[in-house]
Design a binder for this molecule. Sequence first.
Ligand code: FMN
Length: 340
Amino acid sequence: MFSIGSIKVDPPLILAPMEDVTSLPMRIIAKRIGNPGLVFTEFVSAMAIKYGAHKTLKKMQIHPDERPLGIQIFGAEPDVMADTARIAEDMGADLVDINMGCWVPKVCKTGSGAALLKDPDNAEAIVKAVVNAVKVPVTVKVRAGWDYSLFAAPDLARRFQDAGAQMLTLHARFAKQGFEGEADWDLIRRLRDSVSVPLVGNGDVKTAEDAMKMLRETGCDGVMVGRAAISNPWALAKISAAMEGRPEPEEPTIEERIETALLHAQMQIAYECEVTTYDEALSHPELAMHEGRAIRSLRGQLPMYIKGIPGAAQIRSELYQASTLDDLDRIFDGLAATAG
Ligand SMILES: Cc1cc2nc3c(=O)[nH]c(=O)nc-3n(C[C@H](O)[C@H](O)[C@H](O)COP(=O)(O)O)c2cc1C
């Protein structure tokens, strides 16, 4: 357990922010099954919020069951970031996180995300502006630096801490790497010496063993898990159990995996319809449109729920083409019959 101001992160396991993945339904499922101590929304564009984009505002919608929760924002202009941070706080965020790790060109070319690692003065100005704008804690997620020539994180971390940031997360890769190579956890250990606020390590944690090793070897306070948690809240459950000294939970059965995938789809439909439950969504006048949109948005995630089950590879393309919950029921029924 560690604390960010008055927020207790217990267990010290954090669900990573992931664009188009950590939507409200995914986070609720991750929380119920995997029990992470803190979850994050996907990143939210401060510029899009400034221009009132409804779709972006919806990304800040939260549910009390998922607390504590951080809303992550990105942008390059301190005043626009400050305004968005205020909105995030009004939406109920327990903390506001600033993205300085996204390496993709569409984000970096605007001077946002990991591009800020090359512009320490503006990065610090953003942290200051956001800290001054909100009462909730402000945290920052960085990569080690832009490219290998400079491990920028220690200097930046000190500046952010002095500016009032209350936690730092390091994805232990350089921006230029994208997702290539292995995360270098030694960078986390080296950053540990530079900051006194809680430090969260991130990069390539897949199992409970990995998480415990990262805690032990780097001295970080918490472990953030991204890809290993996609369609696999049970990976989080194993890590939580190890952190809390409980026995390892059982592997999910095929039925559990299928039920969870279907629940995710139902919750995503409700989310698209902007109602709370799937039952309410059923009477939505534009249900068909929202249903199609919701199921297509899960194209990447649904097949991953059943990865490794005999017959799963064969139904991948069927899942890809599915556009209704009935389609999913039929495809999964076929799989359960083959695998069982
Ligand atoms: C699909 C996807 C979307 C991501 N979106 C974000 C994001 O919105 N904000 C962010 O800070 N990092 C984002 N990341 C990076 C993750 O938060 C994390 O730092 C990275 O995946 C490394 O952790 P892992 O090895 O546990 O996956 C994303 C990663 C993936 C795979």
